[in-house]
Design a binder for this molecule. Sequence first.
Ligand code: NAP
Length: 294
Amino acid sequence: MKVLVLGATGLLGREVMQVLKDRGIRALGAARSGADLQIDITNQMALFRLLVRVDCDAVINAAACVDVGACELDPEAAYRINGAPAAVLAAWSQQTDGRYIQVSTDNYFMGDLPEKHDESALVSLTNAYAASKFSGECLAREAKNSLIVRTNICGAQKGFGRWVIDSLKTRAPMGVFTDYFTSTMHAHHCAETLADLLVSDATGLINVGSCEVSSKARFIRAVAQELETKADWLEERSVASLKPVRARSCGLDVSRVEDLLGRPMPTLKETVRILVAEDNRCATPTTSNLATAV
Ligand SMILES: NC(=O)c1ccc[n+]([C@@H]2O[C@H](COP(=O)([O-])OP(=O)(O)OC[C@H]3O[C@@H](n4cnc5c(N)ncnc54)[C@H](OP(=O)(O)O)[C@@H]3O)[C@@H](O)[C@H]2O)c1
């Protein structure tokens, strides 16, 4: 099996590349720079030509703009990265019967409770990021061999996970949200699950995340515990004041994926354990970027 991974240099894409290689699956990575293949997926003709040239059996699309603020400032650019390429990928999948996994988000659910939303839950498009990702889902659905994966990930390389570890280690001032709930899982666990789903016959929409819904505050306190840091300086806050507006009840019901794969999704404890273990292995310091935290 030959798999094309779009967004191969990202937080999730890197893990997907590694997991596929570990499983002896031939994986070709693509991004605008730093990957096996160079592509700007906003150029639809270039994406189409790449698909023809690579002649793969499957595509995992983990390329995205995950900067919620940047998406809000330029919704059209957000759509061209997070939405429109799915039309090309779906057409390719439909024509070749190639397997197509579209990675999506959990940023769809309002409310302020740690609820678990299943795949049939009603979505709210509260910001341009959510709208662009949802349009990608709708376009991807057109292919009968596609699977749309809603998830929320962290890792020690960048984004929310990096920010949490850096801030806890340096005892930096931290505002922690008590009313923003997610089923965050580590990118490596997500990549393992994507690799399992790749060879399954699941189609449509599926949630992939931790089996536990936790607030950002609880998640951060769990990381502190794993780092053996007494987090007594954290300042509890509400996400309600954050702009652009976030969907904040983003918990995912992962029953479908658990039933399908016959194994439980990771707990909060397992997630923070692998996050801290990854940080311990990190050879070079990386920059944190709060803007990509969701
Ligand atoms: N990170 C999170 O907290 C989070 C939460 C929920 C869902 N997700 C979803 O998970 C998936 C992966 O996110 P991630 O965190 O791994 O993102 P990331 O770390 O920002 O990586 C994005 C990847 O996409 C590539 N990319 C961006 N623009 C591109 C373009 N125009 N053409 C080609 N490649 C492009 C980037 O490489 P270049 O910039 O070099 O092109 C990079 O490889 C996305 O679908 C995202 O919506 C992420």
